[in-house]
Design a protein. Sequence first.
Length: 400
Amino acid sequence: MNPLLATLQPYPFERLKQLFAGVTPHPAYRPISLGIGEPKHPTPEFIKQALNAALYDPASDLTAYPPTAGTPKLRQAFAGWLQARYALAVDAATQVLPVNGSREALFAFAQTVVDPTRAGATVVCPNPFYQIYEGAALLSGAQPYYAPSDPARNFAVDWDRVPAEVWARTQLLFVCSPGNPTGAVMPLAEWEKLFALSDRHGFVIASDECYSEIYFRDEPPLGGLEAAAKLGRKDLRNLVSFTSLSKRSNVPGLRSGFVAGDAALLKAFLLYRTYHGSAMSPAVQAASIAAWGDERHVVENRAMYREKFAQVTPVLARVLDVALPDAGFYLWAGVRGSDTEFARELLAQYNVTVLPGSYLARETQGANPGAQRIRMALVAETAECLEAAQRIVQFVTSKA
Ligand SMILES: Cc1ncc(COP(=O)(O)O)c(C=O)c1O
């Protein structure tokens, strides 16, 4: 067996299952889960129709192996979206690639980029973070370094506290903006700092942007490639962004996204993917072209989240340390006590599932930045999320 498999940590939901073992939720309440970050708004009909129609279209039927690089039409759809969303002109032939959701791509990218034979191979990740970064780092033969976060800035990463000797051995940096779980968006000044560090030390930046279309401020979140272009880095050197339809278009089951950025990195990534066998099905390609080409459903989806967050956040703010995030579909809330106990008792007394924040972070220098916080995914419909919020208010009030 590959010994590196033994270095992987249990996934947060496995830990949650163990935490909840033996708990009998109060039978008077029907279950409500704010645990899993899986979109629940309906998939737009036109995307399903495009998927279905493709099966009967000789141009995209199932009789041929699809190219790993995707069809020119698909690549053009990615480039068109980047142009419309970020005013970015990318070369559809060399600067984009389809991926089967951003999760597999984030994982595979580390296997492409990291050279484990170089001493001290290091992958820097935010903390708290999406656990795939850690697994990708470990299985590539590198050591993850968990960058310190700043509670005073809603747990945004404090890049200045990463020691110079860590940057010197860093080969890959994972950035998540908008962040899961914090919902924080990285401003241009932070990107400028990271680009300078990447230039100095030669590491690659993987920018995970799968929540970019669900935002609560007037300004849409700044993208990594957009930041690079604004700072005159036209070649997008050492930078690849990861984008997905899962949250934007409510199709996590479609498994569709794309990566864009540095052409030399994407050439190597394409080679890796060819061997790995991760081409996108032609029917999924057709549905993806339809989805990337439409913004109306994205505006409607965002409006649903805005309405929901506007209603639910003030209710929870009465009893928890919580505020409207910049973007994403999570509330990252302080509970003033053990996050695991909070989650367990809340399930037992009110049948509401939330994720303990400590499961989304690692202890560094004696502290876990997710401790005493919980993550709530507001993915269910508004009435259900509101009911969960009201039960949480009762729960916290009854404990006080
Ligand atoms: C931060 C982050 N990145 C990537 C993903 C993967 O999404 P997908 O593979 O559906 O694109 C998720 C999913 O929850 C996520 O939270």
